[in-house]
Ligand binder design. Sequence first.
Ligand SMILES: Nc1nc2c(ncn2[C@@H]2O[C@H](COP(=O)(O)OP(=O)(O)O)[C@@H](O)[C@H]2O)c(=O)[nH]1
Ligand SMILES: [Mg+2]
Length: 225
Amino acid sequence: MMSKKPYISIIIPTLNEEQNIRKMINGVKEVMRDYSYEIIVVDKHSIDKTVNIAKSLKARIIYDDKGKGSALIKGFNNANGRILISMDADLSHRPNELRLLVTGIESGYDMCTGSRFLTGGGTEDMPFIRKLGNKFFVGLVNLFYGSNFTDLCYGYRAFTKNATKRLHLSELGFGIETEMNIKATKAKLKILEIPSFEKKRRKGEAKLRTMDDGFIILKTILKNL
Ligand SMILES: Nc1nc2c(ncn2[C@@H]2O[C@H](COP(=O)(O)OP(=O)(O)O)[C@@H](O)[C@H]2O)c(=O)[nH]1
Ligand SMILES: [Mg+2]
């Protein structure tokens, strides 16, 4: 990582990810070695060794006590790069796809998002009920907002710094990706989806609760109309 202003900022929300974070950050470093970049870990006061490990790997640490959405918003606001990337800590996101996301932005798109439902993508981390919910919600968003998304609640994305400002994000929790898609559509940002393969969370507990967070996603869809 370089001390001058980085070109890319990789923003990783964390909540008790000590079993995954080392491998995750090392994977990112391996792929990003030819770029100037910074890694920002936005941690919800993890009670395990997440922060110690991230610090030892030279990541910048920011704390946030709300949810995944507020963590990402804080990370975006504090990022120094021209290209900002959101990525989960649980090893679900393959580091080699970082280059595809970066290329999307370099090719002139404002937001480049991974999709599990384009050919070449996929998921091993989505039970049937979540697939059903996602299909339903993505259909609603496309119908209500005139968009063409194939995926909705997926957190592996790249943005221009400017796009993150124009989105005026406010969702504190797992509604954040839905809000990104809706507001990017409404603001007429140039959006690109690329296929992404979501691996199973390697270790630890998933924090998303299907029913509660499903309800929050539905509210997010309706309140932006
Ligand atoms: N800072 C912060 N990170 C969170 C929070 N909830 C989840 N995360 C992180 O967000 C990422 C995605 O969460 P995860 O539980 O894997 O969600 P899922 O993959 O949708 O089931 C992981 O890196 C989590 O550690 C939170 O409330 N605050
Ligand atoms: Mg996960």
